[in-house]
Design a binder for this molecule. Structure first.
Ligand SMILES: [Zn+2]
Length: 809
């Protein structure tokens, strides 16, 4: 699974809910689910039946306990047709078996049921808030949500085969897991037709029969129904690859997004040495998806906004790694699965690491290093935050830990084992645990066989500790002895006695080359002396572990590192060090050189960002800085160009107006937004004419509209209040509506009218719109807002609204 970026969740007033979870019955072993469902896209109800074939594992079973939430059970019958007694509470369905099932014996029960799920199965339809939404429904099983539409033993470790028959009107396409065996058509005379005495008025239903003949965890069961276009992406080996999306999405956008799938599949199955494990691979783009993507077995579901990228958006956004992520989950997660959510890193960490291996294969070592570098930055930010967790933890949500920290752990294992042994270990992991579920200790024992030594210390420090190593490095050149002494010291983390053990890879930069050496760190302090012919220029550290390293060295050393280091981590570290040390003319020039000429785009972007952050009125080299930033506005890279305009806008110089006007025509939405900000900061003539068309456009993630609204608020342009009102009402994306509301606050829009707007919004059908309006009403009237909102919303049954109401108590 790939969640949205956290800030979006926070903006919407939601948080990733932590849930306690206990272990479930391991005596019950489900073998097969024979499922029939008819989700009605108009009434948003589902009629279903499921025949569950199961066995007792190791002990006798007296009753069958299934997970079922919000499901109304009609009947339960045994395999011989006898009616069975059952009990249902809010989360479990307990079925009394006609006689105890002895260990190893097999039987089946059939359950007929109905539900109107609010989780697990989601219905999308045009409504008052989003009149253009398509009619669709789709599932999302992780975590523990399949139980909202299917009574099941909904735990990752109980894998079973499945047959899923899904009925829908024939105007829709139905995609699910496994192979499509047949579609049975049935013609039904509608009730309406009887009323109108017109028996020809019939509806045709199709029942799609999908067979999943290899066992999978119930959270990976899935289907999607919609008016989908169907894109053939060709075959790799014998596996057909297809993509589905609403017919309103331009096919060209989808083709570009999904085009690399075949090459990725070939790479992954070759690298792992284990062929693609399923019958086909479908990628289904749906509307209002709750994550970025979900790796259901052979039927990945993705958020439409992540894959529907126009050419302008593509200058700043890509879904390549999302596509790679969900694809390689087909091995790590789907074929080999974490035993329970405590070990989620086995799904997400291996997958994130293989996403980096794809980066290396497709774009080179530097791209992979850049992924690792950013990953470690994010992990440290997470671990520095409030109440960080270890990677292996009994909590049911995905943090940066289980993705990027675990991926860094996989990288370290890779380095430790070497390329060939690592690949063999991964191949054997797939072979030994195919269609099974494993825990952290099993994976440790597996890697120990290939490492030839115990790895308990390694797993313990990286997966079971919530802190991280902090290492300070100092170095000294002894001119007389002609030797460099490097001293590394680990900080002691409070509460955790032991030191980290890790190899610290140093690169000593000399006039002619870089000298690589590795210190094995296990004590608090280490010192190393290396003879050299001439004084070294810098010492860089390859930080391929989730920890922090500070190298104490002069700005001269840092800019030598920025221009000459052989790896991008060193250059990025040099940029950080230079920014901290204060930027004089010489440093600025060296950063400017990196921004315009470095061979790797991420170094150029970071360097441009550092330049854009310099306040020109605080430095003596404003003229040179300005010239540099002007050069950057002509760069090939859209991010570098945007930094160029952002930096120039700090000059507040009217003479730059023509430069900014030029930027308004830029092909990147972000650059256009930056140029608009720059222009309006120095020249407000014709502001209304600049803003109006930009408030009325529709750009990817509302980038341009949002920055135009910024100015409406900033300059209190009351003449454009009407536009803000329009954008705050139903229709526009929620993030834009939020911005429009903020703008109306800034415009001091009459409170009674604003309240009227918000109260109407409380009645909208979409929960997130209600939550946005509720938060705004509370902000508008902190004294009475909470009570008002609670009264208005307390009768809603939607779990998201109920969660929200708890947060305002
Ligand atoms: Zn994932």
């Amino acid at each position: 699974m790939k969640p949205y970026l956290l800030p979006i969740l926070l903006l919407l007033g939601m948080s990733a809910a932590a849930q306690e979870f206990g272990r479930t019955d391991t005596t019950l072993d489900v073998l097969h689910y024979d499922i029939q469902v008819h989700p009605d896209l108009h009434t948003q109800r589902l009629d279903g039946s499921v025949k569950i074939t199961f066995t007792a594992n190791g002990a006798t079973l007296d009753e069958l306990t299934l997970d079922a939430v919000g499901i109304t059970v009609d009947t339960v019958v045994s395999s011989s047709g006898g009616v069975l007694q059952w009990e249902k509470d809010s989360t479990k369905l307990r079925i009394q078996l006609p006689e105890p099932l002895a260990a190893g014996e097999e039987t089946a029960v059939s359950i007929h049921y109905q539900c109107s799920p609010k989780k697990g199965l989601y219905f999308v339809a045009p409504n008052a808030t989003y009149p253009d939404d398509p009619l669709q429904c789709w599932t999302q099983g992780q975590f523990d949500n399949t139980r909202h539409w299917l009574p099941s033993h909904d735990v990752p470790f109980d894998k079973a085969t499945a047959e899923i028959r899904i009925k829908a009107k024939d105007e829709f396409k139905v995609v699910s897991i496994g192979s499509l065996v047949d579609v049975a058509l049935e013609r039904r005379i509608t009730e309406d037709a009887f009323n109108r005495d017109n028996p020809l008025d019939t509806v045709i239903y199709g029942t799609y029969r999908w067979v999943q003949d290899k066992p999978v965890s119930p959270y990976l069961f899935a289907f999607a129904i919609g008016r989908f276009q169907d894109l053939n992406l060709g075959n790799v080996s014998r596996f057909p690859l297809r993509a589905y999306a609403d017919t309103s999405i331009p096919a060209a956008h989808l083709r570009k997004s999904f085009e690399p799938t075949g090459r990725m599949l070939t790479f992954f199955q070759d690298y792992i040495g284990y062929r693609y494990p399923w019958e086909k691979y479908d990628q289904i783009t749906v509307s209002r998806f709750v994550h970025s993507g979900m790796e259901n077995v052979s039927a990945t579901i993705l958020a439409d906004h992540r894959t529907n990228l126009d050419d302008r958006a593509r200058l700043n956004y890509s879904c390549e790694y999302l596509v790679a992520h969900e694809l390689v989950h087909q091995w790590w997660g789907d074929l080999v699965t974490c035993r329970d959510w405590e070990h989620l890193w086995i799904n997400e960490g291996l997958t994130t690491y293989f996403q980096q291996l794809w980066a290396r294969h497709a774009h080179g070592e530097e791209e992979a290093e850049w992924h690792r570098y950013q990953g470690i930055e994010r992990v440290l930010a997470y671990l520095d935050g409030e109440d960080p967790d270890p990677v292996v933890v009994q909590r049911q949500y995905a943090t940066e830990n289980v993705y990027t920290k675990a991926a860094a752990v996989m990288h370290m294992l890779h380095e430790m084992l070497g390329e060939d042994t690592f690949r063999t270990a991964m191949r054997d992991l797939a072979r030994d645990f195919e269609y099974a579920a494993i825990n952290t200790e099993q994976i440790r024992r597996h890697f120990e066989q290939y490492a030839g030594e115990p790895l308990d210390w390694f797993f313990h420090q990286w997966l079971y500790r919530a802190d991280y190593p902090k290492i300070n490095v100092r170095w000294k050149w002894d001119e007389q002895a002609r030797a460099i002494t490097v001293a590394a010291e680990q900080e002691i983390n409070t509460g955790v006695g032991s030191m980290y053990q890790l190899p610290l890879s140093l690169s000593i930069g000399t006039e002619s080359a870089e000298l690589d050496t590795t210190v094995w760190l296990e004590h608090r302090q280490h010192e190393l002396t290396v003879p050299l012919l001439a004084a070294p220029r810098y010492v860089a550290v390859r930080r391929d572990f989730p920890g922090s390293v500070t190298v104490e060295q002069s700005p001269q050393a840092a800019y030598a590192m920025l221009s000459d280091a052989s790896f991008i981590g060193a250059k990025l570290d040099a940029l950080k060090a230079l920014k901290q040390s204060g930027i004089d003319r010489q440093v600025m020039e060296s950063i400017g050189k990196a921004a315009s000429t470095d061979g790797f785009y991420a170094v150029r972007r970071r360097a441009a960002n550092v330049l854009a952050d310099i306040a020109p009125d605080t430095v003596t080299y404003a003229g040179e800085l300005r010239a540099l930033l002007l050069t950057l506005t002509g760069d090939d890279d859209a991010v570098v160009r945007a930094h160029g305009y952002n930096g120039l806008s700090r000059f507040k110089d009217r003479e730059l107006a023509p430069v900014f006007r030029g930027g308004l025509q830029d092909s990147s939405y972000h650059v256009e937004a930056s140029a608009l900000n720059g222009l309006l900061a120095v020249d407000t003539t014709g502001m209304r004419d600049l803003l109006l068309p930009r408030l009325r456009t529709s750009t990817y993630l509302s980038i341009v509209e949002t920055s135009a609204l910024d100015w409406v608020g900033k300059y209190q342009i009351e003449a454009l209040a009407g536009e803000a009102v329009r954008l705050a009402k139903p229709g526009p994306p929620l993030l834009l509506r939020r911005k429009a509301l903020e703008t109306l606050f800034l415009l001091r829009y009459p409170p009674e009218e604003l309240a009227g707007l918000l109260i109407a919004q409380l009645g909208e059908p979409v929960p997130d719109a209600k939550i946005l309006a509720a938060s705004a009403l509370i902000a508008l009237d902190p004294k009475n807002g909470k009570e008002f909102v609670r009264k208005k919303l307390e009768n809603t049954h939607d779990p998201r609204i109920l969660e929200y109401l708890k947060t305002i108590e």
